[in-house]
Design a protein around this ligand. Structure first.
Ligand code: DX5
Ligand code: ZN
Length: 223
């Protein structure tokens, strides 16, 4: 499968979001970013505050890159479908925060997006396998959610391998995404474990040329 790269705008300049999105868009023969990863934090589920629905609506109107909204918020059952209605391609909620993740997945799909479920580094995969039948993407966190620029936690790759097996044997149909500490040094081990979509914040927006960084990450895992 074509490896997907989703730059995280958490490491971009928030005063220039449209330009920062354009910096990872298609350029010549390079397809650019597959998705643009948008970290929504509410200062309750995680100890940090970023942006919300109005910014997602404006950013969606300003870029042709599909938005991948990662909601690190409490009460996603109430708030997440609004991001789907705003036009996000994929809306990911945390299983640790969702009250009724099966109903939430249905509501997200009905509102027009893919449904994503995320698990923190310390959250096991196994109890949620049945719930994941209702989801389109699984976001395995490889750092504690809340901040960009942290170090990759390699132990989470065991969960990626388990998810990959469930997909390859036909038990689940979803895209496996990883988020946190992905860079030139860590992306290959994540790819070997079976990741389909790689989120990268500081490795893309900390580079002199974010567009080139996206292409380089993709080239390093192309199979
Ligand atoms: C962290 C966010 C990540 C973050 C990743 O809570 O979910 O998406 O932007 O940043 P890096 O790639 O710098 O670890
Ligand atoms: Zn994220």
């Amino acid at each position: 499968m074509h490896p997907m790269i989703a730059p995280s705008i958490l490491s971009a300049d928030f005063a220039r979001l449209a330009d920062e999105a354009a910096a990872v868009g298609p350029r010549g023969d390079e397809p650019g970013a597959d998705w643009l990863h948008v970290d929504v934090m509410d200062a309750h589920f995680v100890p940090n505050l970023t942006l919300g629905l109005p910014v997602v609506q404006s950013l969606g109107a300003a870029t042709g890159i599909p938005l991948d909204c990662h909601l690190m918020i409490e009460d996603p059952d109430r708030w997440a479908p609004g991001y789907a209605e705003a036009g996000a391609r994929n809306v990911t909620v945390h299983v640790e925060a969702a009250r009724d993740p099966v109903m939430l997945a249905k509501n997200l799909r009905a509102a027009g997006s893919l449904a994503g479920l995320s698990i923190k580094p310390g959250t096991p995969l196994e109890p949620y396998v049945e719930v994941l039948r209702h989801y389109d993407t699984l976001l395995v966190m490889s750092v504690e959610p809340g901040f960009g620029g942290q170090s990759f936690i390699p132990e989470v790759l065991e969960k990626v391998r388990a998810a990959r097996r469930l997909v390859d044997t036909g038990h689940l149909r979803l895209l496996v995404e990883i988020d946190g500490g992905i860079n030139a040094d860590t992306i290959e081990q994540a790819a070997e474990a079976g990741v389909d979509c790689f989120v990268a914040g500081s490795a893309v927006y900390g580079a002199d040329d974010p567009g080139r960084a996206v292409a380089a990450l993709r080239d390093s895992v192309r199979r």
